[in-house]
Design a protein. Sequence first.
Length: 211
Amino acid sequence: MARRLLLAAFWLAAAAWVAPAAAQEGAASGPTPSPEAPTSATPSPAPEPAGRIGGVVGQASTSVGVSAVDDAFRPMQLTVTVGTEVVWTNEGDNPHTVTADDRSFDSGTLEGGQTFSVVFEEPGRVPYYCQIHGEPGSGMFGVVIVRPAAAAEEDTPAPEGPLARTGSGPLPLALVALVLLAGGALVLRGAKRLLADAGDGSVDTEGRRRG
């Protein structure tokens, strides 16, 4: 009876230990989906919108827009990377201008629906304003923050997915099984000795050796 109880307790403890280890091992060794190969597509040039006014010459890698509404630029602050084209569109009822504080670009008067674009080729902070409804830093003004392409890549989060296995992970199943077998042998050996001693009367029923 004592032997059965010892064996039952041992195997219950072994099952409780092996199950989490096996689950972690299976999760770590599961198939890792291969990343999809990036597809390269050459964007077709956008048609020139009606009423567009030319800006600084340059080749744009992407394009973003800013709305000039009555007495405000939206968004007022815009962060882009080098090579980005910024397109301002007058969506208000009043005329506006897009004028750099240092006069590096100036749209002239933009009527409703007209646009003006600038391709930013160098990193930096470029403040601008509307000459009709503001001045540098007040009234109707805005700023474009141009960042190097490398800085934008550093901020890109790593793709989510299964983590690569390292040597500090859970014990391999083979090693766990070996430890369990060795422990089981020791438990059985102790149980046999306890039963033998109980049979010849050298220990009492509670496992204490008689004098």
